[in-house]
Every structure is written in C-alpha cells, then in structure tokens.
Ligand binder design. Structure first.
Ligand SMILES: Nc1ncnc2c1ncn2[C@@H]1O[C@H](COP(=O)(O)OP(=O)(O)OP(=O)(O)O)[C@@H](O)[C@H]1O
Length: 346
C-alpha cells in the first residue's frame, strides 16, 4: 500500500497542504471547507439551527456514560396550519456505546428527521437530544459546531465532499480543522479496506459515485469520532462497495468501540447492525436484535400488511410500557420486541 504520510491543513497555514497538491488552498477555501464541516457536511436538507440557548457549561468527556446518544420525548413538527407535518411524535430511544443500530421504516416515517435531530443537524420541536451527557438543546451554535466536529462523523448519500480538495485532503479535513493528528496506521487500514488507496490524489469530480461515497465513509472513520451517523450510507453503491462500507462500519464498532447509527431501506445493510429499530408514522414501533436479512425482510413485509398498527409510543427510555406484539404473532422477546424502551446490550 502506498505511503499515507500527512501534513496537517490549518487555517493558519493554508499553503501547507499535502506535498504534491496541485491546487494550493486559499484561506477562503479553508474557511469554506470549515463552513461545510460546521454545517454538518450536509447539503440535502436545510439545517435549522436553534436560537442560541444559554450554555450550561456542561461538558462530557464522552467516556462516563454507556449511552452514546439518546432522544427523550423527541417531537418534530414541520410547517404549520394546513401544512403541518408531525415527523416525530414523542420518540425516546437510546444508542449504547459500541453498538451498531439501523433505523428502518416506510418512506416518510421520520427516519432521517430522527437521525438529523440526533446528530445536531436539525432541532427538536420539543423533547431532548443528548450526545453522551451533553444536551444539544443547551448548546449555542458555536458549541454545537464544535461538538459535531469533535465527536460525530457523518456519512450521507450525497457525499458532501469539498470539490477543491483531493480525496486524501477530504478524508483528513475534520482532523486538520480540529488540529488533531491523523493516525496513519488507522488511515491506511481504512483506505485499504475501502479500496481507495490509488484514488487519494484525485479530486471528487475525478471519482465515481461509489468512490466518492467511500471517501466520505473514510472521512467519517479516520478521525475515530465517538458516534457515526449514516443516512443511507450505501444508497448509491453497488453491492460490493456497499459490503465494504458496511464491513468497515462493523469493524469500527467491533475493533474501535465506536457507535454507528444508520438509516437504511436495505435489509442486507441493516443485517450488519446489532439492533434494527423500526419507525412508522413518526413513532418507534419495533426493534429486532441481531436479525438476519431474511428476518428483517419478513418484518418489513408485515409492516405493509393492512391492519398492522404502530406499536406503543415510547415515553421514556427508563419508563417502559408493556411490549405489544405488532401482529398476532408472539414475538421472540430475546431478539424481537415491540418498542418498549427495553434496549438490549449486545
Ligand atoms: N423540511 C421539511 N419540511 C416539511 N416537511 C418535512 C421536512 N423534512 C421532512 N418532512 C416531512 O417529515 C416526514 C418525515 O420525513 P423524513 O425525511 O424524516 O422521513 P424518512 O423516513 O427519512 O423518509 P425517506 O425514507 O423517504 O427518506 C415526511 O412526511 C416528510 O415529508
């Protein structure tokens, strides 16, 4: 594998990007790049930042709690009057550290809204969202930007790569902006697993969609953020590339105790997860523990059956209502349960 020595990109030294870089970056480019990061590297949805709240001064080292992220009574309403949409209805859910969760459900059920609220890319209408012990509703924009930059990785379908930077520079950008050194060994591992070692000096326009997605995935992984959010991270990939991306997300959990949360429509992608949770009509209705792709597919078929009503709305991760089967079937409580807040560890 080729050498992957890095030079840091800093706002103070915009001309000191990787040796061999064809296009020197201006301070303005870097500011723009930082802006992209600050906006959560997201383009497909408008990010609505909250009005600044008074900061609590709360800090979270990220190691104290076994919960990487959680939503408590989270509701999200879009629009008003005749056009009001209740995208999330009092959703409560926890994501344990070192666990891989897939969020599934019909189109419009609120999957992306939930993920974007959890990742601090959208704001709650009511309820709370916490990353570790930090309540996002307590953060002002600057604090939110820092939290996203330092603790969260993003992999989205629309890549959000910086067009003027090479693949290598895109991958190391979050580290470079944060002033964190890149772990070369882990960089090589990620690049090798994703098969993009020979594309590192290319800019995004010179890469295929699949290669761009793998670069976006590498960017989320290389900085080893505590939690990685992926919105259809394999949506644009062929099955081989998709398998590689999922395998490395799995490795991030198994080998580096990172936490991964993805939204997907694909039962095969979801089968890489430890836990699959289902949303319908803005409510959590079911979770399956370590299901295989066939089991997920079967459950999704049930969801399409007429007369299958959503399960109970979770009111609190600690106050669990009784589990209710979705259909006439009695669920295997070891591996399948209506959403009741009783989240199982791996
Ligand atoms: N910015 C917005 N303004 C108004 N309504 C929105 C907005 N974003 C999402 N919605 C609505 O909120 C609901 C949930 O949308 P969301 O994108 O979270 O669903 P989803 O499950 O991710 O759907 P899909 O699988 O199709 O991506 C939908 O009815 C959607 O139309």
């Amino acid at each position: 594998m080729q050498s992957t020595a890095h030079k840091r990109i800093t706002a103070n030294s915009p001309g000191t990007l990787d040796a061999g870089m064809k296009h020197r970056q201006s301070a303005a480019d870097l500011k723009n790049a930082e802006g992209l990061i600050a906006r959560g590297l997201i383009a497909e949805r408008k990010v609505v930042m909250s009005a600044p709240h008074a900061p609590t001064g709360s800090s979270d080292s990220g190691s104290a709690s076994s919960t990487a992220a959680r939503a408590v009574d989270l509701s999200k309403v879009y629009g008003s009057g005749d056009t009001v949409v209740e995208a999330l209805k009092s959703v409560s859910i926890e994501f344990r550290r070192g666990q891989f969760t897939a969020i599934m459900g019909p189109s419009g059920s609120g999957k992306s809204t939930l993920m974007h609220c959890l990742a601090g890319l959208d704001t709650a209408s009511s309820g709370r969202v916490l990353i570790g012990d930090v309540d996002l509703t307590d953060l002002n924009d600057k604090q939110m930007t820092k939290l996203r930059r330092d603790r969260i990785g993003f992999v989205f379908q629309s890549f959000n790569l910086v067009p003027t930077l090479t693949a290598r520079e895109n991958i190391t950008l979050p580290n470079d902006i944060a002033g964190r050194p890149v772990d070369d060994a882990w960089f090589d591992t990620v690049i090798g697993r994703l098969g993009i070692g020979d594309r590192l000096d290319h800019r995004p326009s010179e890469l295929s969609g699949g290669q761009q997605q793998r670069v976006a995935c590498a960017r989320a992984l290389v900085g080893r953020p505590e939690i990685i959010f992926g919105d259809e991270p394999t949506g644009n990939l062929d099955s081989r590339s998709s398998g590689e991306v999922l395998a490395i997300l799995r490795a991030a959990v198994d080998e580096f105790s990172q936490t991964v949360v993805i939204v997907t429509h694909d039962p095969r992608a979801a089968s890489f997860a430890d836990r699959v949770v289902f949303l319908a009509d803005g409510q959590l209705i079911q979770e399956l523990i370590r299901p295989n792709a066939d089991e997920i597919f079967e459950y999704m078929k049930n969801l399409d059956e007429p007369g299958v009503a959503p399960g109970p709305v979770v009111t609190s991760p600690t106050a669990a209502p009784a589990a209710q089967p979705l259909s006439g079937e009695q669920p295997d409580t070891e591996r399948s349960q209506s959403f009741s807040g009783r989240h199982q560890a791996r």
